[in-house]
Design a protein around this ligand. Structure first.
Ligand SMILES: [Zn+2]
Length: 675
């Protein structure tokens, strides 16, 4: 009897541990007595007559021999896959999982539901002791239908085998969309039969390292001359789509247009605006009918390859400089009554959107695509860290996918930059991704929020190992919120599950960042410090950079110290020159004036080389209190350096100027602390 009780306690503990280690958390889980022992390959039986379920049967047949067997012997563990009705309000991907001593049953109305039931079961086995899974019933379904991951294969190319490996893991945490950013400045990565010059001419380049390549002029060279890169043939694309569909993932292609297209212009110079021969010009000429023909031809091939209901057409970060001075663009504006070059993209998007729509697909584009003329079913993928902008998208009635830069950009630092590989300038630790609130600031119809997505841009990410370090574990937080919802959060509980996942991932040959070694936020950041300058007015003799406004004119005296990255609204950026004056309101005794600057040379954020503090009682005539010609001793990619003065003085106005002679960089400052 005692032994039986002990076994039951052990099983209860096992199932408690088990439930605590599933990401994303199932919607409901009821533990029961007894256990299912899956210590030998299991026989999988099913009632799946509907051909829609063939993908599930094929997936099961590909599971390793250590897990499943075709043996019909009676003494093997049994798993039943059942097509059947589950909670009718739970949506397409719902499933029920029933673990009993005599066998497991997974029931769902859709292939995706069955697949996710299998994933939960596989996870339960992975974390079980002695392959013994405590009996339980799980009823599960996702909060959001869209749970995505974007991989930028243009800045660095990743072979299809790498993608297969990520699909294995991503689908196991119930991510259901793979968005491939296939074309951009770094190279065109998809075979287009009508325009072979796209890949032959831009899929290989002179340098693998992004910055070295840019410094050397950004040139493409043929593969057989030692070029670095690669592309997917149409057969490769079919392989990726097939593999993804076996894992219930939709593959969405992105053909970024009409900007981010310098690689297209490199091999199709006739699509340039006239007078714009610079290889850094990234916008195709919108006054040239050939541009539309080219985009439509490419989309024809892409649409015939990808079964996805969506085609992503990018649309981000278009400059209007080339269009402004181009005779063909001007002629188009006159012909069509377009009010200015800033309205040309809207015209282009409308035409392309209608073209895609006629072929039975829906367009997705980044925030910049939003426009009152946009076709109503178009989906906006919102990367801007801007709740008001997101609200505007849904108030205009567009479905929205949230991939907010500050929470879901995986190319940003996830820990103390000096112990991390070089990154783009942001800081997005796991905690921040986890804390994302999909509904923040939304007043429109929140049903238009279709889901979430993590994006891995790869300028600084060259190797598969590095890519995996950036993806995992942060994407677990996105998976958790998008499947289980954002209502009930407990970071300490979540991170304990993440740690368990991390060691399992490493055991399976992945390279996640080890969250148990996390250094954490910048000491003293994001808390308020007291000073004489806090809350005081700042006047800008040169405006801050439009790229890094932070919180505007209150940034430098809000009393809040910045974190490791430029994406937390704490660091204000200046185009090579910062020149600001703090008005203390009345003359005050001072003994210290301190400012910090952040360097991230990968993203052209540098330290000032000239720094000066001047003081004044009337705000007109200033005298120099302190000046410095600075040559950094620390030459690392990243650092935060303090500049300042201490002594004795009395003043009302404090003017701080800092500059870098290159004229082509940002100076990043978080706070002016006067005491
Ligand atoms: Zn033009």
């Amino acid at each position: 009897m005692v032994k039986k009780i002990l076994i039951q306690i052990l099983l209860l503990v096992t199932s408690l541990v088990a439930s605590g280690q599933i990401i994303p958390t199932p919607r409901s889980m009821e533990r029961k007595e007894g256990a299912f022992v899956w210590d030998r390959p299991a026989r999988v039986v099913n009632n799946l007559k509907d051909p829609r379920f063939d993908s599930v049967k094929e997936y099961v047949s590909l599971l390793p021999d250590s897990l499943v067997t075709a043996s019909k012997k009676n003494n093997v563990p049994t798993i039943r896959l059942v097509q059947g009705k589950v909670d009718e309000f739970a949506g397409d991907e719902a499933y029920e999982l029933d673990v009993k001593p005599e066998g497991v049953e997974i029931k769902a109305g859709s292939p995706a539901g069955l697949f996710y039931g299998i994933q939960t079961l596989l996870r339960l086995r992975e974390i079980s002791r002695d392959r013994t899974i405590g009996c339980l019933t799980i009823k599960d379904s996702p909060a959001f239908g869209y749970r995505g991951f974007m991989l930028d294969v243009s800045r660095h190319f990743f072979p299809k085998e790498f993608i297969f490996k990520q699909i294995d893991l991503l689908s196991s945490i119930k991510v259901n969309v793979l968005h491939l950013h296939l074309v951009d400045t770094g190279g065109w990565r998809i075979e287009i039969k009508k325009y072979p010059q796209l890949t032959s001419g831009t899929a290989w380049r002179t340098h693998s390292d992004w910055r070295e390549w840019n410094k050397a002029g950004g040139n493409f060279i043929p593969r057989d001359e030692g070029g670095y890169g690669g592309y997917y043939t149409q057969d490769d694309i079919k392989d990726i789509i097939k593999y993804a569909s076996l894992h219930q993932m939709e593959v969405i292609p992105e053909i970024d247009m009409p900007g981010h297209s310098s690689e297209v212009l490199a091999v199709m110079p006739s699509l340039r605006c006239d007078g714009h021969t610079s290889k850094w010009t990234a916008e195709m000429c919108l006054g040239n009918e050939q541009t539309y023909r080219f985009c439509e031809d490419v989309l024809d091939e892409v649409i015939s390859l990808f079964p996805s209901r969506y085609i992503h057409i990018g649309g981000d970060e278009c400059g209007i400089q080339a269009w402004s001075g181009c005779s063909r663009c001007k002629a188009l504006m006159e012909r069509e009554g377009i009010s200015g070059p800033d309205r040309l993209q809207s015209y282009f998007t409308k035409r392309i959107g209608e073209y895609v729509h006629k072929r039975g697909k829906t367009i997705i584009g980044w925030d910049e695509m939003l426009d009152e003329d946009l076709t109503p079913d178009a989906v906006i993928m919102s990367w801007h860290e801007d709740p008001e902008g997101r609200d505007k998208i849904i108030r205009q009635g567009h479905p929205m996918i949230l991939s907010s830069e500050g929470h879901f950009y995986l190319d940003y630092y996830q820990d103390y930059p000096l112990v991390e590989p070089v990154c783009f300038g942001g800081y997005t630790p796991l905690r921040k991704t986890y804390q994302f609130d999909p509904y923040e600031g939304l007043t429109g119809d929140t049903a238009l929020v279709r889901g979430l997505q993590c994006n891995l841009w790869t300028e600084a990410v060259e190797t598969p190992e590095h890519a995996e370090r950036m993806i995992y574990p942060r994407i677990l937080a996105m998976a958790q919120i998008s499947w289980s919802g954002a209502e009930h959060k407990d970071y300490e509980e979540f991170i304990s599950r993440v740690k368990a996942y991390g060691s399992d991932m490493a055991r399976h040959g992945y390279h996640p960042f080890d969250i148990s070694e996390e250094f954490g936020p910048r000491p003293g950041s994001n808390v308020t410090v007291s000073s004489l300058s806090r809350g005081k007015a700042v006047s800008y003799l040169k405006p801050w950079s439009g790229n890094f406004p932070a919180t505007g004119e209150s940034t430098l005296t809000d009393g809040i110290i910045g974190d490791w990255g430029m994406n937390g609204m704490r660091w204000q950026g200046f185009d090579a020159v910062m020149d600001v004056t703090v008005d203390l309101g009345e003359p005050m005794d001072i003994h210290s004036i301190q400012t910090s600057f952040m360097r991230n040379s990968f993203t052209s954020m540098l330290l000032p080389e000239r720094y000066e503090i001047q003081v004044s009682d009337d705000g007109d005539s200033f005298s120099t209190l302190y000046s410095l010609d600075f040559k950094a001793k620390d030459t690392r990619e990243y650092c935060i350096e303090n500049f300042g003065w201490s002594g004795r003085g009395k003043t009302r106005f404090v003017r701080v100027t800092a500059s870098h002679p290159s004229g082509w960089c940002w100076l990043m400052c978080d706070e002016i602390i006067i005491r």
